[in-house]
Design a protein around this ligand. Sequence first.
Ligand code: DGL
Length: 257
Amino acid sequence: MEKNKLPIAFFDSGVGGISVLREAVKLLPNEDYLFFGDSANAPYGTRSRQEILELTLGHARRFYERGIKALVIACNTATSAAINDLRRIYTDIPVIGIEPALKPAALMLPHPTVIVMATPLTVRERKFHELLGHYEGKASVIVLGCPGLMEFVENGTVDGPDVTLYLKELLTPHLEKQKVDAIVLGCTHYPFVAPVIRRIAGNNVRIFDGGPGTARELKRRLAADHLLNPSAAPGTVTFENSLPEKVSLCRKLLKES
Ligand code: DGL
């Protein structure tokens, strides 16, 4: 098969990466997508860097052997742990990662106050500390590792009393202490609970999700490598998951997006 007709692989620790996939499908509807979620091994965010690296490299190898034209690591945690190795190994396809969208949040106003929500692993990693370093002096950044939050989404709970209580307890002390200008959703599961965050934070706080920027980067990279699918017909999305019962949740999340 011609390389530009091969599918684009998306990977996440679970169902969260659908928040990135949905943006890619909007932007590039005529591409074929293969989405793999590793829900059996989720959460990644409370694992060690080495474990995440090994899991991610294994999934990437299986994708690559099947024939793909690009790999999107639709997981901030796996990107933190594995993107450098993946780019070193797979030099003949675009490998795109995601990181917390701190840049647009930090630059939205002179010296804004920004909350970054991400997994414990993401906020511990060097990659994140380098990112923070870029905006030192330009924004006040409050970093919140959120153990337990992705599990709500993973279980299909994107609203209701339990997730509302979790987010209230997490965010309210910071929202009451100072004027917060922005909240960055630094885990791909979190955009699915953005309506709850919006209710708690109110309309004056901007919410940043890295999904749209990642989809734009995918398009740029495919175009630069002449890999955009020339077909005008709508593409397909194939879901796979290490917990097969999660596939119906993936379909639902994409459909409702
Ligand atoms: N969706 C993942 C991310 O973007 C992480 C969730 C997990 O802890 O597995 O960071």
